[in-house]
Design a protein around this ligand. Structure first.
Ligand code: BGC
Length: 845
């Protein structure tokens, strides 16, 4: 963002551990104040004379984008949060975290903004894909594993968004109304577990209010609970533009305002000090955390303002493929259509077949080193692979970039930036860039000659269709723009603008134009654009405008939906096996807005039904971060959930489909039949500025089990190509730890991994409690025909306690507790019990 870069970068200098109190004593008040806010989108202030470098932050949570949304340096994209949660594999997630740490170092950064540990209250959450699970123990254990992996490299993890940012609707303005019990048992618990098991060096406060006070200025949350009760030490930063006050935020414990330049600190802090609204001790306490963060990241060896690089290695690909494969959940395989036979013909059908849906949308997005499509993954293994699109499923037309060429023959477009509008006939570009794609989020676009918020760009590429027919083009902007085809105006997204969900909800809808084109003929596509400040859209509540601007150019051949389904059916009939690749993508699930419904897009349901009728060996692979409705579930015999799988999306899917990887993923969240069934249905979204968490502690399976409501697929469900038998449950409680042991036998003929899930149920609690709650789990790989004794150790107080609202503490009540063990929440055949002899109330970790 041109206007945000007010300071020239300081040259790279190595970071050294600071003598914090000595440095603090030397800093002047204005130097201290300077340290308390970013200087731009991703950097903190350097004060070289005191050995303080500029720290760099980069987004997570499923990869490390570096400092540029626009024209970023390519990175490793890991599977999305729900996919990582679906592995139920703590050591593997730690490896994933280590990879993130190494990628952060390659990007010259010190802090990764992740993991995301919010809750999927509803299947519709725009960022539900970023978080791990609806269950606090699975979410907390996954988060701790990732943080441990990241911090092993010296990089600090900034766990987010603390707390109760569980929807996108009016995310800055909404007041989350939650009982203390639900707050403790569901929403805070994953963060508490992460603090206990991994000590994240930083927390990011959330945008929303909690009980009437914004979290970034909420002393009860930031100071009483996080710092005092949990004894956590580290730096708290605001979410981007999520600081809303000077004194309140600093007094509550918010150390760093991000991004910069500051809106709430600088001179305002001096004024507040003068008026004694902030004490010198508070100022020092905030600065001390910034200095501690500098010391903490010294071991990365990354100097301030380091260049950004990549580390695209075969080891990275192998790890991404392993994680991707382990995340896939085999939901059904009734007629054993899976694994597929490599020697037989296979048709790959569906809107997600030839796109790599590798990531959800928003700040989690990054430019991957590469991304494999399901079609490519399958074609690499099958003897003969055929394809038919079947239907479209996009919200916005597919990005056109990969189908365009620049004047000098490169794949993509030429982007030119100007300080004058198009009417100035002799204007010269100040910047010319080649871009491989046509999504341009200009929030952090920086060029020294673009010193004003207002600037202009021109984007040009050449399109040569390989079929005759009508083609639809789309232009979406934050700013204003027009698309020309061979210099003829096709789309005007300037004169009249309509608000849409694009660019974190500040951009327009996609305006479209259709043109009949001839195969083999080359057409020039040009977009004339003016930056974000020219937007004619008015601001709406709770929307975060990061400035800059955005351009997105899409396009696709116009199809007749009924004809395409007929073509897909004919193809399905002509082959031995069929794979349907359907689902959502980053336009459906993205930061800035929640989904409106749980349905698959367009004609997808019709396509799946028709193809499943045409060929009994039809396998459906759904890619989405959160559950979708599956009205055809009963008629499809084989079904897998493949999330957004990162760079190796297509290969990981193919590995599972052909049995090169034996599936072992388990659902980290319940899949309801319909959106109306989910516990947050009545209360999701902001209503006059507040959202009531009316389902209380009954989130996910806790609700479906208590209300006997059938799910499409239950929490913890996931099949394998082999079979397992659990027996010989033994439970011991030594007062501190509960040790659960069980014999697991692989009774099938393939090696495989199984997740042992340990649920606890209190027999006669003083308050209502869920029928059972996950308290521990482990995943074990067991060779065909072999068996293993598997151990799960759980701290007894964590296994038994609920939040006692009367005493405002956790309580582990005197009672009998059942230990229920199984491989899905729906079936826990093994049962034992233990006693708590005396009630105990406790706080802290
Ligand atoms: C998101 C954060 C993200 C930040 C920087 C915010 O909109 O909520 O998760 O880290 O932007 O991109």
């Amino acid at each position: 963002m041109a206007q945000e870069n007010t300071e020239p970068p300081t040259p790279p200098s190595p970071i050294e551990t600071l003598d914090i109190e000595a440095v603090l004593a030397k800093l002047s008040t204005s130097e201290k104040v300077d340290l308390l806010a970013g200087i731009d989108f991703w950097h903190t202030k350097a004060i070289p004379k005191h050995g303080i470098p500029s720290l760099r932050f980069t987004d997570g949570p499923n990869g490390v984008r570096g400092t540029r949304f626009f024209n970023g340096v390519p990175a490793a994209c890991l599977p999305c949060g729900t996919a990582l949660g679906a592995t139920w594999n703590v050591p593997l997630l730690q490896e994933a975290g280590t990879l993130m740490g190494k990628e952060t170092i390659a990007k010259g950064a010190h802090v990764i903004l992740g993991p995301t540990v919010n809750m999927q209250r509803s299947p519709l959450g725009g960022r539900g894909f970023e978080s791990f699970s609806e269950d606090p123990v699975l979410a907390g254990s996954s988060a701790a594993a990732i943080v441990n992996g990241i911090q092993e490299t010296g990089v600090v993890a900034s766990i987010k968004h603390f707390i109760a940012n569980d929807q996108e609707h009016q995310r800055m303005a909404v007041d989350s109304i939650i009982t203390e019990r639900a707050l403790r048992e569901i929403y805070l618990l994953p963060f508490q577990i992460a603090v206990r098991d991994s000590k994240p060096g930083s927390f990011m406060s959330s945008y929303n209010k909690l009980g009437g006070t914004h979290v970034s200025e909420n002393p009860r949350i930031l100071d009483d609970i996080l710092r005092k009760e949990w004894g956590w030490e580290g730096l708290i930063m605001s979410d981007w533009y999520g600081t809303y006050s000077t004194s309140e935020a600093m007094n509550a414990g918010l150390d760093l305002e991000m991004p910069g330049p500051s809106r709430w600190r600088g001179q305002l802090v001096n004024h507040a000090l003068m008026a004694n609204k902030i004490s010198k001790q508070t100022l020092d306490a905030r600065v001390r955390e910034v200095l501690r963060l500098v010391s903490r990241v010294a071991k990365t060896g990354v100097p301030g303002n380091a260049p950004e690089g990549s580390r695209d290695t075969p080891e990275t690909s192998a790890l991404l493929r392993k994680i991707g494969g382990e995340s896939i959940v085999l939901l059904k395989n009734d007629n054993k259509a899976l694994p597929l036979d490599k020697s037989k013909t296979v048709a790959v059908i569906g809107p997600n077949a030839k796109i790599a849906a590798y990531c959800g949308g928003g700040s989690a997005t990054l430019l991957p080193y590469y991304a494999t499509t399901p079609f490519d993954g399958i074609a690499a293994k099958a003897s003969e692979t055929k394809y038919s699109v079947g239907c479209y499923s996009h919200v916005l037309l597919p990005l056109l970039g990969q189908n365009l060429k620049t004047a000098d023959g490169k794949v993509g477009v030429t982007f030119k930036a100007f300080t004058d509008p198009v009417e100035v006939s002799d204007r010269e570009p100040v910047d010319v860039i080649h871009l491989a794609d046509t999504y341009m989020y200009l929030v952090d676009y920086y060029h020294p000659k673009l010193t004003e918020d207002l600037y202009w760009t021109e984007v040009e590429g050449f399109f040569t269709p390989d079929e005759d027919g009508d083609f639809e083009f789309g232009l979406t902007v934050h700013g204003t723009g027009k698309l020309f085809l061979d210099d003829e105006l096709l789309i005007d997204n300037e004169t009249v603008q309509r608000s849409g969900g694009s660019f974190f909800n500040v951009g327009t809808v996609e305006e479209v134009g259709v043109k009949n084109l001839k195969a083999g003929q080359t057409y020039k596509i040009k977009v004339e654009y003016a930056s974000g400040v020219t937007s004619k859209l008015s601001d709406s509540d709770g929307v975060v405008s990061f400035g800059g601007g955005g351009i997105r150019i899409g396009g696709a051949k116009v199809i007749d939906p009924t004809e395409e389904i007929e073509k897909a059916v004919a193809l399905a009939k002509s082959v031995d096996q069929v794979v349907i690749c359907a689902g959502l993508n980053k336009d459906w699930e993205q930061e800035g807005h929640d989904r409106e419904h749980m349905d698959l897009p367009g004609r997808t349901n019709d396509l799946i039904s028709a193809v499943a009728d045409a060929n009994p060996n039809t396998v459906v692979v759904i890619q989405s971060g959160c559950p979708v409705r599956m009205p055809w579930a009963d008629k499809v015999s084989s079904l897998a959930q493949a999330w957004y799988g990162g760079n190796e999306t297509g290969n990981a899917i193919a590995d599972v489909l052909f049995g090169d990887v034996n599936p072992s993923g388990k659902l980290p969240l319940s899949f309801p039949v319909r959106n109306e069934d989910n516990p947050a249905f009545l209360n999701y979204r902001s209503s006059h500025g507040r959202v009531l968490y009316g389902e209380d502690i009954y989130v996910g399976y806790r609700f479906y089990e208590a209300t006997l409501k059938a799910t499409q697929f239950p929490f913890g469900h996931g099949l394998s190509y082999t079979t397992f038998r659990l027996s010989e449950l033994a439970v011991t409680n030594d007062g501190t730890n509960l040790t659960v042991q069980v014999l697991v036998e692989n009774t099938g003929d393939r090696d495989g991994s199984e997740v042992v899930q340990v649920y606890i149920a209190q027999r006669a609690p003083c308050v209502k409690r869920p029928l059972k709650e996950l308290k521990g789990f482990t995943k074990e790989n067991i060779a065909a025909g072999q068996s293993k004794v598997v151990t799960v150790t759980i701290e007894t107080k964590y296994a038994t306690s609920y939040w006692d609202e009367e005493r405002d503490t956790w309580v582990s009540e005197k009672d009998t507790y059942d230990v229920l063990v199984g491989t899905t929440s729906a079936e826990t055949p093994l049962k034992a019990s233990f006693e708590i002899e005396e009630s105990k109330w406790w706080r802290g970790l």
